[in-house]
Design a binder for this molecule. Structure first.
Ligand SMILES: [Zn+2]
Ligand SMILES: [Zn+2]
Length: 364
């Protein structure tokens, strides 16, 4: 069968809309018609050429859609079911899966680097040439075939654009606070980066009942959002010293780096209180290395750690997040930025690269 997809062919080149060939779903796979796909920082790493990935590749891994067809062995979803895609269908057997961290799964990360599904195939081609998958997913398409355990059931009353955000930014950002750092009520929080993930870190802090939180971002629209989401202050990188001097002169109990570059991690470490915890949430570009003064550890006893996909199995964390959505404690709609049809996928990428205040979404 054929479907239309946005193909990435290399850094600096616009995505190309092409009819690609999809293999029939295997017995444990499902065919999903995509309703909405968010543009994530991970997609932008590929687009900027910061990561080596095979091409042509369909990017996009933060999505929601409707199941159209299921393989013979599929039991958890049926045609017509609304689903959120998880990009972490773990192997269940490696050291990381066994410690309850499916998003850190060793074969999964091998598949992501190789542009395939975890089983090693992509199931997509163009004129006989393999088409690869971004983040073991490849959702910027009208239809996508994925393993059953990627398609997590969604309640009917969550709008599709909102649901897409759950698939990566929300699980990552909220999970960093609730499941990785386990921020206590009243603890203070410092967040570097107020893009999609940073905004969900702020919402996570609100959910955890955190005290004062301070957000840093060079983009004015994103700073505005950060204040709406409860940050006591949202400042540019140049203003950090003054703002923290006033609000949290000893630093924050928890600092989150939602960007993941060495300079942002250093900034987060700098404003982690002595004995506090700094969590790297964002993904750096491929070749960067972090240099940190060892006194941060031996004298100031700070903790530096990281998290991937919210440090929880998405099959466990998604229902928890949906519960917060239902109770009105976690807002998805206010996180949305502009929405584009698939034909305008390159405008969507531009908007995201340009620092859009809200998450940019494509409606295939
Ligand atoms: Zn993502
Ligand atoms: Zn594994």
């Amino acid at each position: 069968m054929k479907t239309r997809a946005a193909l990435f062919r290399g850094a600096g080149r616009p995505l190309e809309l092409q009819e690609i060939e999809l293999d029939e779903p295997r017995e444990d796979e499902v065919l999903v018609r995509m309703s909405a796909v968010g543009i994530c920082g991970t997609d932008l790493h590929s687009i900027r050429g910061e990561w080596e990935r095979p091409t042509p590749m369909v990017l996009g891994h933060e999505g929601a859609g409707v199941v159209e067809e299921v393989g013979s062995a599929v039991t958890r979803v049926r045609p017509g079911d609304r689903v959120v895609l998880s990009w972490a269908p773990s192997c269940g057997e490696c050291v990381d899966c066994r410690r309850g961290r499916p998003a850190a799964c060793v074969p999964l990360h091998r598949a992501m680097a190789g542009g395939t599904l975890i089983e090693g195939h992509t199931g997509m081609s163009l004129n006989g040439e393999t088409v690869y998958r971004g983040t073991a997913t490849g959702a910027l398409a009208e239809q996508i075939i994925v393993p059953e355990r990627v398609a997590l059931p969604l309640r009917d009353d969550v709008p599709v654009e909102d649901a897409a955000l759950l698939g990566c930014a929300a699980l990552t950002g909220v999970g960093a606070v609730l499941f990785a750092a386990r921020v206590e009520s009243g603890a203070t929080v410092f967040v570097v980066g107020a893009g999609g993930v940073g905004q969900f870190v702020l919402q996570g802090a609100r959910l955890a009942g955190a005290g004062v939180s301070v957000s840093v971002d060079p983009s004015a629209p994103r700073r505005e959002r950060a204040v709406q989401l409860g940050a006591a202050a949202a400042v540019s990188p140049e203003e950090v010293k003054e703002a923290m001097g006033e609000l949290l002169p000893d630093g924050a109990d928890y600092a989150f780096d939602a960007v993941g570059e060495p300079e942002t991690t250093k900034l987060a470490m700098r404003w982690t209180k002595n004995g506090g915890t700094c969590v790297v949430v964002g993904l750096p570009s491929g070749t960067t290395r972090l240099q940190i003064d060892p006194a941060e550890f031996y004298r100031r006893e700070k903790h530096l750690t990281g998290t991937i996909y919210g440090s929880e199995d998405p099959a466990v964390s998604l229902p928890i997040l949906l519960g917060h959505v239902r109770e009105g404690r976690l807002d998805l709609g206010e996180m949305l930025g502009p929405v584009f049809p698939l034909e305008r996928v390159n405008d969507a990428i531009e908007a995201s690269l340009g620092g859009s205040g809200g998450r940019v979404v494509v409606r295939p």
